[in-house]
Design a protein around this ligand. Structure first.
Ligand code: NA7
Length: 493
């Protein structure tokens, strides 16, 4: 380790990749420090996931007042859960309020990041052929943004309108149409609740049933909003309430202790809700999961079970044989004639900053480093890739809680690593291979024992079937993010 004390602090030049929730967070924090940074955004607008997803029914399943930056509470939410459009408006507002927009270069896709060993800097290549240099890179490129198309024969032969949920087009024919919907993760379920009364019929193709957690839903009145404006402590009272933060703690305890009382509580809630809600015995058997609640990401809903029982909805659980120009053919020969086919089939969750190519020390690539699985030391840094920091990167906490909160804690950790570069003569900081290997060994052993690894398919699993997430409690995460163990980092001048 290099002695870094004594020398003057320096300002860093940082490139932030992505102007979604995490990139805007990083930009605000760097701006407040008076640092030199630029945000490179491939699209023409900010917002990341909230810019891309515009399907009917889009709602964030984290209570609205908890899905905000801690430093920017928001009195204007219309209801306990916010729609995607409201959240997009929130991020637009914050971007302007903190003067971030002039720091964003839109329509600027990062294609390559290359560590320059001599200069101790990243060379950042963008799609128009230009290059920038940076002392540090913050990869805030999101997790779920590469739509996954289902591998069903004949998909391209469909002659009606076909759309992936994340590429929603406002003109998609829904009203009075025969609509097919493939996929029943959080997205597919929200779409059912939003379009069931608009269609002639909705065939919901369900490969695996889902557990649904009943949650409260209510609108905030003008008086509520006026009260929030007048006294932001009322907002804090929701955000830091036992109902939200207590639930987050109980939730991570439930995930990590699969024989404990918290997971039993979740299982009981889901089962009781299911048993009490579905009236038709045939539909009930179709919707009954055969794996444990919370193994797949839990569906939080206040209305799905009611809406799926609308007469226009048919839940099809047979095997899809192929897609034909006019509809979907099932293995038993049944044919569903359709005008519109919606693919709510999820995302390639293992991409992170890729397809941008990232080349670190000694010419090693992130693709090679991640040949087995995407991984990062405490989810933020990778051995061999100095001064490269990730927000919501691989192995971070995922679940039914706010990723803004997770990113804010990660930022606190990353700032301290950047402080190492700012102070003294340190030019490069990266975790040691040994520290990372030890972390991964502990993490994988623990992850296999979480509820995510209890026997179901989900986007939480990596290519080897191991849950790709933080496998310990929320409090353990907060504690780990408080201070990086610098002895686990190689710091060089
Ligand atoms: P998810 O949660 O990955 O769900 C994808 C759904 O699509 C799921 O029901 C899959 O069934 C289904 N699927 C995928 N491929 C196929 C094929 N080939 N045939 C039939 N069904 C298929 O994506 P979402 O967009 O709903 O949610 C992603 C996250 O966004 C969510 O967790 C929140 O964090 C926000 P399966 O269960 O694999 O049988």
């Amino acid at each position: 380790m290099t002695e870094t004390n004594g020398a003057a602090a320096r300002k860093l030049k940082t490139v932030i990749v992505g102007a979604g929730m995490a990139g805007i967070l990083a930009a605000i924090k760097l701006k407040q420090r008076g640092e030199d940074f630029v945000v490179l955004e491939k699209a023409a607008k900010i917002g990341g996931t909230w810019r891309e997803n515009r399907y009917p029914g889009l709602t964030c399943d984290v209570p609205a007042h908890a899905y905000t930056y801690t430093f920017e509470p928001y009195a204007e939410w219309l209801a306990y859960y916010a729609t995607g459009a409201e959240i997009q408006a929130y991020f637009e507002m914050v971007t302007d309020k903190y003067g971030i927009r002039p720091h964003i270069r839109f329509n600027t896709e990062v294609t390559a990041l290359t560590w320059d060993e001599a200069a101790h800097q990243w060379t950042v290549s963008v799609a128009n052929g230009e290059t920038l240099v940076a002392d540090a890179v913050v990869a805030a490129s999101g997790v779920l943004h590469h739509p996954k198309m289902p591998d069903i024969p004949g998909l391209d032969s469909f002659a009606g309108t076909k759309v992936h949920s994340a590429q929603w087009n406002e003109n998609t024919p829904i009203d009075g149409k025969r609509v097919g919907l493939i996929g029943n993760g959080s997205t597919g379920i929200q779409i059912v609740t939003a379009i069931n009364k608009r269609v002639e019929k909705l065939v919901h193709f369900q490969r695996s049933p889902q557990w649904v957690m009943p949650v409260p839903y209510f609108a905030y009145s003008d008086e509520d909003r006026a009260a929030f404006r007048a006294d932001p402590k009322l907002i804090d009272a929701i955000r830091f309430s036992d109902e939200y933060l207590g639930n987050v703690r109980r939730f991570t305890d439930a995930i990590t202790d699969i024989d404990g009382p918290e997971i039993k509580m979740i299982e009981d809630l889901c089962r009781d809700y299911f048993e009490a809600s579905i009236r038709d015995p045939e539909l009930k058997e179709k919707l009954r999961p055969n794996y444990r609640a919370a193994c797949k990401r839990l569906i939080y809903s206040w209305c799905y079970y009611e809406e799926v029982q609308h007469p226009a909805v048919y839940v099809e659980t047979g095997k899809i044989e192929r897609i034909e120009p006019n509809g979907v053919r099932m293995a038993d020969g049944t044919f569903h004639e359709l005008d519109t086919l919606i693919l709510a089939t999820g995302f390639h969750a293992d991409r992170f900053i890729r397809p941008a190519s990232v080349t670190g020390e000694g010419g090693q690539t992130l693709d090679a480093a991640w040949a087995t699985r995407p991984t990062a030391y405490y989810a933020v840094a990778v051995p061999g890739f100095p001064n490269f920091f990730m927000l919501n990167g691989p192995t971070g906490p995922v679940g039914n809680f706010s990723l803004i909160d997770i990113a804010e804690h990660q930022w606190g950790y990353i700032e301290q690593l950047m402080d190492v570069l700012r102070r003294g003569n340190a030019a490069a900081v990266r975790p040691t291979a040994e520290a990372h290997a030890g972390y991964e060994e502990r993490r994988i052993a623990a992850a296999k024992k979480t509820i995510f690894g209890s026997g179901c398919q989900s986007w939480y699993l990596d290519a080897t079937g191991v849950p790709a997430s933080w496998p310990w409690s929320y409090d353990a995460f907060v504690e780990a993010m408080k201070t990086p163990k610098l002895e686990d980092y190689r710091i060089t001048a």
